[in-house]
Structure formats: C-alpha cells, structure tokens
Design a binder for this molecule. Structure first.
Ligand SMILES: [Zn+2]
Length: 282
C-alpha cells in the first residue's frame, strides 16, 4: 500500500496519476494560499510554483496553517516557509519559489509551466493581471476571495470561488468578480496615487484599515477551491464556475455566470498574447 491508497479509493489510480503529473501555481501565500498549498501537497501534485513577495509577520500566525510558533517574524519570506513546510508533508513534490510580486517578469515566466493557477489574493489589481494572464496563456484559474463587513446591525462574512478555464465562456471581469475601479487604483503608481490622494484629500491609512481574518473562514473557501480542482482534474465532474459561501447564513450557493458577449477580456485578450500585451504591467 502506498501513501495515496485512500485517495485512490476516492478517485482511482488514474485520478492519482493525473494529480501526480500536475503542475500548479499558487499566487499569494497568505491565509487562503497556505490552506490551498497544504491540501495540494496532501493530494500529491507533482510540482508547485509559489509566488509571494512578502515576509511572515506575527499577526499571520492566527491563520497560516503552514506557519509554526517558532518561525521568525522578521526576514522569513512566506515562500521559504512554504518550501520548508511542503517538504515536511511530501519531499517528493518539486517546489519552485518566486519571492516577487505577481507583477514581475519572474512571476510571469514561472507561471508559464503551470496548467492551473490558484489566485489567493487580497487585491483586485493583482486579480486583474491574473485574469488576463490566464486568458492569454490558456490556463485554468481558480480565484478565491474572503469578505467581511459590518454595518450597524449586522456582521456579514463569507467568500467565494470563481473558475475561469480555456474551454469555458466568461472571465473574472464579466463574472463581476473584479471591481475595475479598485483594480486601477491598486495598479496605479505610488506617485500617481499620492497625487490623487492630495487632490481629493484622502487619508490612505484609513482606507487600508486592516480587516478581520480567521483560519476557519479561509479554510472553507480554500477547501471549496481545492475540492473543485480535485473533481475537475480527476474527471469526477467539471468544476463549478461560481460558489458563494455566506458564512453569516451558513450556506454555500452555486451560480452560473451570465452571458457576456461584449467582454473585452474574453474577446480580445483570450488566446492572444499579442493583443493581451501583458508586458505593460511589468
Ligand atoms: Zn470576460
């Protein structure tokens, strides 16, 4: 018996073989990304490409499932933490680390080899880049997000999964998963941001207020994503296009994307590296 015996009872020897041949990129090694990576490692993929430019900090330790109490919180990159932890789960998995932002040539080059990309991001600018990258290069993309907000009477919390694939219509933009205005703001240069803020009198420290984040909510969204990846790659069924977890109601809702014939990204960027002109982001 091998370590994947129980996996194979679920999706067959062929399913395990397909996983064992798969190359997956995870962009963002935070609350969502660490869960996703942990599960991909246990599933037994062949190669993992991880992209993140940040270092581990103390306030990450309430929810990063691959971080330990003894890990240093100065100068320890999240991608190094991933490499160490995946080797502890399964040393046969090849791990490529990219200690850089998704908006870098290093990241763009590294993702070429992956068939599947998991976007575990917390900003719409990076999400927009990944959407275009996946469309232009014909990658499948699982995009994850958590959401918490409070008003006077209620506390809303949950998140969602959206799936973009070469053989399916719709992308993150026409599925309404990206706030293009917020994305533009994220991608603006620091200088143009400062100029705009001074014109409109915006105090950015208030805008970037750090929100709540807990291990179990991240775990639900990450598990939904890896589950859909697992059923898709092993041939059990096709991945769901959109799943919404409404944590304050305790339900998962499925929805199908609307037809969107006029989406610029689906029409122009899809399958066309020239028209996509991804280099403009670098
Ligand atoms: Zn689209």
């Amino acid at each position: 018996m091998d370590r994947f015996d129980r996996n194979e009872r679920f999706f067959g020897v062929d399913g395990q073989r397909l996983l064992r041949e798969s190359v997956v990129a995870v962009v963002g090694c935070g609350g969502l990304g660490t869960h996703v990576i942990q599960q991909l490692a246990y599933l037994g993929i062949r190669k993992l490409i991880v992209i993140d430019d940040e270092n581990l900090s103390l306030t990450n330790k309430n929810r990063y499932v691959l971080a330990y109490d003894s890990d240093p919180v100065t100068g320890f990159s999240k991608v190094d933490m991933i490499k160490r932890s995946v080797a502890m789960i399964d040393p046969t998995i090849e791990v490529v680390i990219v200690h850089a932002s998704v908006r870098s040539k290093k990241a763009f080059d590294a993702m070429r080899e992956a068939r599947t990309i998991f976007g575990c991001l917390d900003n719409d600018g990076a999400r927009l880049i990944l959407n275009e990258y996946a469309l232009a290069y014909g990658k499948e993309l699982f995009d994850l997000a958590t959401d918490t907000h409070k008003d006077e009477n209620n506390f809303y919390f949950g998140g969602r999964l959206a799936y973009v694939a070469p053989d399916e219509p719709n992308c993150l933009v026409c599925m309404d998963m990206i706030d293009l205005k917020a994305a533009q703001e994220d991608l603006a240069s620091e200088k143009s941001r400062q100029d705009r803020d001074s014109i409109y009198g915006v105090d950015r420290s208030e805008l970037n207020e750090i929100g709540p984040s807990v291990v179990s909510l991240n775990g639900v969204i990450a598990s939904l994503a890896v589950q859909e990846y697992m059923v898709q790659i092993t041939g059990i069924r096709k991945a769901a296009r959109q799943l919404q977890y409404r944590g304050n109601m305790g339900i998962v809702a499925v929805s199908r994307p609307q037809e969107c014939p006029d989406c610029y990204f689906c029409k122009v960027v899809k399958d066309s590296l020239n028209d996509a002109n991804l280099e403009r982001y670098l």
